[in-house]
Design a binder for this molecule. Structure first.
Ligand SMILES: [Zn+2]
Length: 447
């Protein structure tokens, strides 16, 4: 029996699907205003492994992962680059294409559905209208907000107390809300731009799209909803409020979240300017090593990006490939029964079923490498498992340098300090040096 940690209960729970032999899984996709980064890579590898594990267990899985292809950040990017906000679809397309290549390089299977928000505006408008009709949302001056007070389970996922949240809320620039915690479902535009709606011209808010797309492609109740830990609040809390309120049934059975990727103990994020894009990372490291690197950490634990570790894992991955050289696993399909035949594969099985403990599982393979090496049947089964379920191709890797050198990390720290000291000239020089090394830096606004 598979167990998964459910963020909503905070506990490891046995997995049971809503419908026999079927699983509906939704994972929040990227906002394609820029290249995907290592944090995205970790998230989508995590859910790719879960997708593969569920299929290995015999489930028919329907996997949906969206594209937020309309957003402030996309519009701003188009304005910056083309001096024309309406050209945001070009930026979205370029980043979606790159991302698809990167997902393939990481050997992530394609989801069954990859809907774009801009292709689903009428569904979004209908959903919002129904929320208004049932008293969960209200329109004011062309904007539409979800009313937190109308939904008594708000906070159930993230564990936030509504009264505390309200007390800590800053005054919002949009002053037309009834409650500072209410969040936007529809954002009005003064000009006749984007889409016409019953409330005037505008565009959808971020949270509503996932509720609508999950409903359209998977139904009103889904088995698994995944994403990075940073999405729990407010994004997933708000998704849950919208869907649960409207359908009067719990939206998600298992909320699954992967941990952050950190650099120098800080969460890697756009706003902190310490991003490593997959595009740059793959210039230096074989994507399979990156996948192997993710799998060597429990998906829920924070991952501290370190190139020494990448170096040692490159060696370990080569060892793993060598272990299976000359063994054909092509006609081998693994399932639970095949893994139950041997004590070593039983250990592998118990680790993967235990909240996707890929790290423990790989440990078993290395621990028993000598024994595995001398047993051809065992080698065949384990090779097939590693390829099918962990998604590691076990092909020879390209000899490459390890991505982010210690020098680059030093420069990032120095640059943060320079910015704190308001030494902009030095900060710019350090940024140029980092860019020359292939590390992109972006700054949050200083106040
Ligand atoms: Zn989402």
């Amino acid at each position: 029996m598979l167990t998964l940690t459910n963020t909503q209960s905070g506990k490891k729970e046995s997995f049971k699907s809503l419908k026999p032999n079927n699983v509906a899984m939704y994972v929040c996709g990227i906002t394609p205003y820029d290249r995907a980064h290592i944090g995205h890579g970790r998230c989508y590898v995590t859910f790719d492994v879960l997708y593969r594990v569920l299929q290995f267990l015999g489930y028919k899985v329907t996997y949906c992962r969206n594209f937020t292809d309309i957003d402030d950040k996309l519009i701003n990017k188009a304005r910056e680059r083309f001096n024309d906000f309406s050209r945001y679809p070009e930026i979205a397309q370029e980043n979606i294409d790159t991302y698809h290549n990167e997902m393939r390089a990481l050997n992530c299977l394609s989801p069954d559905y990859e809907p774009r928000v801009t292709d689903n505006i009428s569904e979004i408008i209908t959903f919002i209208q129904e929320l208004i009709d049932h008293g969960y949302a209200y329109a004011v001056e062309g904007d539409v907000y979800f009313s937190i007070a109308s939904f008594d389970k708000y906070g159930a996922l993230s564990g936030h107390d509504v009264a505390n949240l309200r007390a800590g809320e800053r005054v919002d620039v949009r002053t037309n809300k009834k409650d500072p915690l209410d969040f936007a479902l529809w954002k009005s535009e003064k000009e006749k731009t984007f889409w016409d709606s019953p409330w005037g011209w505008g565009r959808p808010g971020w949270h509503i799209e996932c509720s609508v797309l999950a409903k359209k492609y998977l139904g009103t109740q889904i088995d698994i909803h995944g994403g990075g830990l940073d999405l729990v609040f407010p994004h997933h809390e708000n998704e849950q409020a919208q869907s649960w309120a409207l359908h009067q049934v719990p939206f998600v059975n298992y909320w699954v979240h992967n941990g952050f990727v950190r650099l120098d103990k800080e969460k890697m994020s756009k706003s902190l300017g310490n991003i490593i894009s997959l595009e740059n990372l793959f210039k230096d490291i074989d994507p399979m090593i990156v996948r192997f690197y993710f799998l060597n950490h429990h998906y829920r634990a924070p991952l501290d990006f370190a190139d020494q570790e990448l170096q040692s894992l490159t060696k370990a991955y080569k060892k793993l490939c060598n272990l299976f050289v000359g063994v054909s696993s092509e006609d081998e399909t693994v399932n639970v029964a095949t893994l139950q035949k041997h004590a070593i594969t039983q250990k592998i099985l118990s680790h993967i079923l235990d909240d996707l403990n890929t790290q423990g599982l790989l440990g078993v393979i290395f621990e028993y490498a000598t024994q595995i090496a001398h047993d051809n049947e065992l080698k065949k089964v384990i090779k097939a498992f590693v390829q099918q379920v962990l998604g590691l191709t076990l092909q020879p890797i390209k000899e490459q340098q390890v991505a982010l050198s210690n020098r680059a990390k030093q420069l990032i720290v120095q640059r943060e300090q320079a910015r704190k000291d308001k030494n902009w000239a030095l900060a710019d020089d350090l940024r140029d040096e980092l860019q020359a090394m292939g590390v992109e830096v972006q700054d949050k606004k200083t106040t």
